[in-house]
Design a protein around this ligand. Structure first.
Ligand code: ZN
Length: 81
């Protein structure tokens, strides 16, 4: 189906509008939230409610295949690390 993405936290699928998109920013070496789903580069998606699981499992680093700083992602998603 068009527009359906897999959440990296629970592996469930949902429409893009229901998911938060994260993108690796090579300029700063950090992960950023792509609020309008338009930024270039490798991205990943998660349910807002799966943020804690994503941080705990370090799923962003695996999904983006980058040396993601887990603490930075935790702050970005508002999860205590
Ligand atoms: Zn999820």
């Amino acid at each position: 189906m068009i527009g359906v993405r897999t959440c990296i936290g629970c592996r469930g699928t949902a429409g893009k509008a229901e998911l938060v998109r994260l993108v690796w920013n090579p300029g700063t070496g950090t992960v950023v939230v792509d609020g309008s789903h338009v930024m270039p580069g490798r991205g990943c998606y998660l349910h807002p409610g799966c943020a804690a699981a994503v941080v705990k499992r370090r799923a962003v680093a695996r999904a983006l295949r980058r040396p993601v700083d887990g603490s930075q992602v935790a702050r970005l998603l508002g999860v205590p690390d």
